[in-house]
Structures are given as structure tokens and as C-alpha cells.
Design a protein around this ligand. Structure first.
Ligand SMILES: [Zn+2]
Length: 172
């Protein structure tokens, strides 16, 4: 087996974070912040648990990293790894925290990268480098696995309900 690149190694850590969310019934998206070759913070999507629109994996990881460094401005060289392409809110948070590089796994939309467009806008006069498609298949696999299981559960629930209704009908 070939050795994992540095990017793949850290993306694996983000996938592990996503799976922690999965175990709690969340849409599995994970993120880690890396500084000087070490993971300094991680987070996963907790939107369902917290019922907060802002409880995205990247926000969790960035907030934790800021707390760790006791600064809203992260030290130079911080990198963010996330399993799914960041949304504009998380891109904004990464820019505000002065993250230097973002690596994401799965693309949000085929053929268009809003993240790339936001990075190119040079908001806050801060340059952020964005690389998509790191362990893309693994990252999107975790997500599609979740949605397939969810659809399967919904289908089973519907069939169970139908059988129940049919039974009630016979009893009448
Ligand atoms: Zn987001």
C-alpha cells in the first residue's frame, strides 16, 4: 500500500470526526484544524443535537482552535481540513480566523465551487488557498452512506405503517 500524503492523513482525521457525528445521528461532516503538522482542534456537525444553524463542523473546529490559541486570529500557517466543501458561513469564519489553507473532500455541487469563488474574492484582504477533492470518494461515501440509510429507514417506516393500516382495516 502506498503511503498516505500529509493531506490524506489529516483528511482521515476529519473523516473520523465525521463518524463521531454519524454515531449521534448527525449528517456526518467532520473538520480538523492543523498547525505545525499537528491537529489542534476538531469538530463535527452537531446541527440536530444543538438545533443551531451554525453548528457546522468547521465552525466547531475553528472555535475550538481560537479558544486553544486564545485568539480570534489563528497563527500563521493554520490549515482547515473538512470532509465536505465549506458553505459560505464557514468560509467566512475561516477567513475571519485567518486560516491559510483549506482542504476539503467532497464537492458540494458538481461543476461549480462557490468556495473557490469566495477565496478568489480576497475578502478581508486575506488570501486563503483552497484545494478540493482530497480523499473525495471516502468523504462522499460517508455522506451517501448516511443518506441511503436514512431513505431506507423512511421506506421501512412507511411500509410498516401501511401494513398496520391494512391490519386495522381487516379488524373493522
Ligand atoms: Zn458551513
Amino acid at each position: 500500500m502506498r503511503r498516505l500524503t500529509k493531506e490524506e492523513k489529516f483528511m482521515r482525521r476529519a473523516i473520523a470526526a465525521a463518524k463521531r457525528g454519524l454515531a449521534q445521528g448527525e449528517v456526518p461532516i467532520g473538520a480538523v484544524v492543523v498547525y505545525e503538522g499537528k491537529v489542534v482542534a476538531s469538530g463535527y456537525n452537531r446541527r440536530a443535537k444543538l438545533q443551531l444553524a451554525s453548528a457546522h463542523a468547521e465552525m466547531m473546529a475553528i472555535d475550538r482552535a481560537c479558544k486553544k490559541f486564545r485568539s480570534w486570529r489563528l497563527p500563521e500557517g493554520c490549515e482547515l481540513y473538512v470532509t465536505l466543501e465549506p458553505c459560505p458561513m464557514c468560509m467566512g469564519a475561516a477567513l475571519n480566523a485567518r486560516v491559510d489553507k483549506i482542504y476539503f473532500g467532497a464537492y458540494e455541487q458538481k461543476g461549480r465551487s462557490l468556495t473557490g469563488e469566495l477565496a478568489a474574492a480576497n475578502l478581508l484582504n486575506h488570501t486563503v488557498e483552497v484545494t478540493g477533492g482530497v480523499l473525495e470518494e471516502d468523504c462522499s461515501g460517508v455522506l451517501t452512506g448516511f443518506f441511503t440509510a436514512m431513505r431506507q429507514r423512511a421506506k421501512e417506516e412507511k411500509e410498516r405503517k401501511k401494513a398496520e393500516d391494512a391490519e386495522n382495516e381487516i379488524e373493522k
